[in-house]
Design a protein around this ligand. Structure first.
Ligand code: THU
Length: 133
């Protein structure tokens, strides 16, 4: 199962090295595969105003959407913690805006991974709706 995500995990690890995390020291990398096969990566980017911090997963989503890609197949997440890193609640909500029930691959730096469908880690999701004019 993990084998088919090895390239995605490797991309997330490379992105993790670019994390800007001087305050927490907790580096995170994410890699999002689009339906067209492209991979968009992201890292966490912290800020002196802590609430302005953006997570690795949302960095990847924002990069993809801003490049015209809104259909996603899978996301891999790696952190420097030595443990698997589940996405935070805000990132789960942001993923649910754009995806179906995609696999969320939570990998450790050594390659071990837990894989859960998005709706398993984020049940009863608030899904996108048609905004009124
Ligand atoms: N963080 C992520 O980038 N993704 C996660 O899934 C968990 C948390 C970041 C935010 C902050 O820079 C640091 O990790 C500590 O929470």
């Amino acid at each position: 199962m993990k084998g088919r995500y090895e390239d995605l995990i490797a991309a997330a690890k490379a992105a993790m090295e670019r994390a800007y995390a001087p305050y927490s020291g907790f580096k995170v990398g994410a890699a999002l595969r689009t339906a067209s096969g492209r991979i968009f990566t992201g890292c966490n980017v912290e800020n002196a105003s802590f609430g302005a911090t953006i997570c690795a997963e949302r960095t990847a989503v924002v990069k993809a959407v801003s490049e015209g890609e809104k259909e996603f197949d899978a996301i891999a997440i790696v952190s420097s913690s030595g443990e698997v890193t589940p996405p935070c609640g805000i990132c789960r909500q942001v993923l649910a805006e754009f995806t179906e029930d995609i696999p969320v691959i939570m990998a450790q730096e050594n390659g071990d991974a837990k894989i859960y469908p998005l709706y398993t880690v984020f049940p009863q999701a608030k899904l996108p709706f048609e905004a009124e004019e």
